[in-house]
Design a protein around this ligand. Structure first.
Ligand SMILES: Cc1cc2nc3c(=O)[nH]c(=O)nc-3n(C[C@H](O)[C@H](O)[C@H](O)COP(=O)(O)OP(=O)(O)OC[C@H]3O[C@@H](n4cnc5c(N)ncnc54)[C@H](O)[C@@H]3O)c2cc1C
Length: 304
């Protein structure tokens, strides 16, 4: 079953402010006040900002009969990422004259780039996303993608007050598994707090392996040890920056039927937000709903 992306974006409470799409994930609390989330949150933090007018002096430097300056009069605006990649691609053949592909035919231009595997053109547009409501297991899979750049919460630096957990979809759908999840995260949060307390006491009594010169290092020595009791379902917020070629590969690998469900839910949301941010560069993807109610994302132009 093919689904319309706009409908799904809205149904996941997606919102957008001037091209910066967001799919929010609310925080829930267990009876013992332990925070947890049950879906990935995605925030587009940054996207390309194209200086098309900056080409003027460069284009002016060529034979006026080539009419390269008409490039700046294209009446069809493109999203900045697509415009940047199109300029980069058109520099290759100096396609700035009246016979060039106009922005109105951007889809044809990019389908050609994608189908011919000239994906390096798509490396110019970078997007930075904040990803949250995802577990440490998911981020361990995410960081296998070597063309993505990461900054992730440090479990050595941050304290138990910001500890949150992620409930897998399987547990949400079953009362018994949900109750066990709640019990488990309350136990994990308590165990972490008790262990931190005990380690601090040992530090204060002068145990050498826990000692340090600096205050920050003292705290790290305690937390780097106490984190060993945190489960895979601990939340691990992360900022990821990548170019469009790398994001596309991530979406294709992880929003597929073969991918694990939690990372698939993440890749779906990443796709929906990037599609909003730049409809031209991601418009070849289609959504399909599987019999279990989850979604996959497909394209005929894989691994550009
Ligand atoms: C369904 C699924 C199951 C998986 N199961 C396992 C598992 O059981 N165990 C496990 O360890 N991993 C597993 N992985 C992770 C997988 O093996 C890859 O590490 C991960 O998907 C990153 O993708 P990639 O290898 O395409 O590389 P990326 O890092 O995303 O790079 C993108 C592309 O760049 C090129 N590239 C990058 N680095 C190099 C390089 N050094 N040399 C040559 N070309 C390069 C390749 O063409 C590559 O496809 C699984 C992934 C999926 C999607």
């Amino acid at each position: 079953m093919i689904i319309d992306t706009e409908t799904l974006f809205q149904s996941l409470y997606g919102s957008e402010d001037t091209g910066f799409a967001t799919i929010h994930s609310p925080t829930h609390y267990s009876p013992g006040n332990v925070a947890y989330l049950f879906s990935p949150g995605v925030v587009v933090l940054s996207r390309p900002h194209m200086n098309i007018a900056g080409l003027a002096t460069f284009l002016d430097g060529f034979d006026p009969s080539l009419n390269f300056n008409s490039y700046l009069d294209d009446p069809t605006p493109l999203p900045d990422g697509a415009q940047l990649c199109k300029v980069a691609g058109q520099v290759c053949y100096m396609s700035f004259g009246p016979k060039r592909t106009l922005n109105a035919q951007a889809k044809r231009y990019f389908d050609n780039i994608k189908s011919s595997g000239h994906g390096s053109v798509l490396e110019h547009a970078n997007f930075s996303l904040l990803l949250y409501g995802i577990s440490r297991s998911v981020t361990h899979e995410l960081v296998r993608h070597r063309h993505l750049s990461f900054s992730q919460v440090s479990q050595r630096y941050v304290a138990g007050r910001v500890l949150r957990f992620v409930e897998r979809p399987e547990y949400q759908a079953d009362t018994h598994l949900h109750d066990q999840f709640i019990e488990r995260i309350e136990r994990a949060a308590n165990e972490y707090a008790t262990l931190t307390h005990r380690l601090l006491e040992m530090q204060q009594s002068g145990v050498s392996i826990l000692s340090a010169q600096e205050r920050t290092d003292l705290r790290k020595k305690v937390q780097q040890c106490a984190r060993s009791v945190l489960p895979n379902e601990t939340e691990a917020p992360i900022v990821v920056t990548a170019n469009v070629r790398a994001w596309r590969h991530f979406i294709e690998m992880r929003a597929s039927t073969h991918a694990e469900i939690e990372i698939r839910e993440l890749a779906l949301r990443v796709f929906l937000c990037l599609l909003r941010a730049d409809p031209v560069l991601f418009d070849d993807y289609t959504l399909e709903r599987l019999s279990d109610g989850t979604y996959i994302v497909k394209t005929e132009f894989e691994k550009v």
